[in-house]
Design a protein around this ligand. Structure first.
Ligand code: ATP
Ligand code: MG
Length: 380
């Protein structure tokens, strides 16, 4: 065995209870992670990615057990290790970042206390209070959280999604793991925050020479972060290789389909169509300012959510409004359907060539054909 091999999963099978959607959660899965290497485990929902990672940590859901196969960590088979032995590994040499930080963090404990507890589980001898506080601040700083002194006293609900994920990463780093398992750590984040978290994981991995098994269903993330890729479907590995091999020359049809589904990987000509005809909807100089009262003696706060936006929509056309969280995507759509939120100013907005901003029809009348599906699914 190579000295650089950290994790080696060999012919792993985990049976499902009778009556499940198939006989095995994972079947004959073999993969490896070396020191200083990021391996992405990719596949659609239900393909067996999480079960594989949970089997490594000895955290399978009740009713599921490792059947055949071996899980070797630093050369030692831990597939059937005792609970005591697994407790010695979890959060120590092997740690995990979970997909949903809010459910993995204790809502009633301050962030600093939770990171301190992660350190204390494996600390021997027990550090002094001052040493522990210093280590907590060091971890918070290492994961790029702002204002560490204030942050240690915050509760999870007071943080943004990206900040909570950084706290989870700080806890996972608490005892300098050799192997990090990351189960879709960025799926719930917007693209900008996702990029920052991927950058952070890559930096920590390189600084500490960790091996990382990174679970994702997103080939865009794979292209960003992976050294090697393992593709799973229906509990089996269908393809694995270096990131270059798998992304440039995928062999399996399923891998090809997953790669083709990544936005931007299809030729633009397939998407572009000639769109003709008079616009159904046209807006110029769309502005929306929100004014929020701050109490009796303080001036109201004004937020310019949308400034001078122009957009038009023709028959059979789909217009995508794209931007990061808080950039003002929803407001123009809401402003064009006035009962939701009237615009502050707009030069023209036409629907089926009747200019409704000049003579707005009663919304919901038979001549009005506007409707919008809002973020929480309500149709207006
Ligand atoms: N707690 C459980 N009890 C019984 N079966 C389970 C349990 N969790 C998962 N399974 C089954 O194991 C198989 C693999 O599931 P797994 O959670 O590993 O998928 P996944 O690839 O992580 O999917 P996702 O991308 O949705 O997280 C599926 O058939 C699933 O139904
Ligand atoms: Mg999963």
């Amino acid at each position: 065995m190579s000295d650089d091999l950290l994790l080696s999963v060999e012919h792993l099978s985990v049976e499902l209870p009778h009556g499940g959607d198939r006989s095995h959660a994972v079947s004959d899965v073999s993969l490896s992670v070396g020191r200083n290497e990021i391996v992405c485990l990719v596949g659609e929902s239900g393909s067996g990615k999480s079960i594989t990672a949970h089997a490594v940590l000895g955290l399978l859901p009740s009713g599921l057990e490792i059947g055949t196969g071996a899980i070797k960590f630093s050369g030692e088979d831990i597939a059937h290790a005792s609970e005591d032995a697994m407790r010695g590994l979890r959060g120590g040499p092997i740690s995990m970042i979970f997909q949903e930080p809010l459910s993995a963090l204790n809502p009633l404990a301050r962030v600093g206390q939770q990171i301190a507890e992660a350190i204390l589980v494996h600390a021997s001898p027990r550090p002094s209070r001052a040493e522990l506080d210093a280590r907590v601040l060091e971890l918070i700083t290492a994961v790029g959280l702002p204002d560490p002194a204030t942050l240690v006293r915050s509760y999870p609900f007071q943080l943004s999604g990206g900040q909570r994920q950084r706290v989870m990463i700080a806890m996972a780093m608490a005892n300098n793991p050799a192997l990090l398992l990351a189960d879709e750590p960025t799926t719930a984040l917007d693209v900008t925050t996702q990029q920052q978290i991927l950058g952070l994981i890559r930096r920590l991995q390189a600084e500490r020479g960790m091996g990382v098994l990174f679970i994702t269903h997103d080939f865009g993330v794979v292209a960003d972060i992976a050294d090697r890729v393992v593709v799973m479907r229906n509990g089996r590995v269908v393809e694995q290789g270096s990131v270059d091999e798998v992304l440039r020359r995928p062999k399996d049809d399923y891998t090809k389909a997953l790669i083709a589904a990544v936005p931007g990987s299809r030729p633009a000509s397939k998407v572009a169509r000639d769109i003709e005809g008079e616009p159904l909807l046209e807006a110029h100089g769309l502005n929306k300012t929100f004014v929020t009262s701050q109490g009796l003696f303080r001036p109201a706060r004004t937020t310019a959510a949308v400034r001078d936006v122009a957009l038009s929509l023709r028959p059979r056309e789909t217009v995508a409004v794209v931007g990061e969280s808080g950039s003002g995507k929803s407001t123009p759509v809401n402003a064009l359907t006035p009962p939701i939120e009237a615009p502050t100013t707009a030069a023209i907005a036409a629907i089926s060539s009747s200019i409704w901003m000049k003579t707005p029809p009663a919304f919901g009348s038979s001549t009005d054909s506007r409707s919008a599906i809002s973020e929480d699914g309500v149709i207006g």
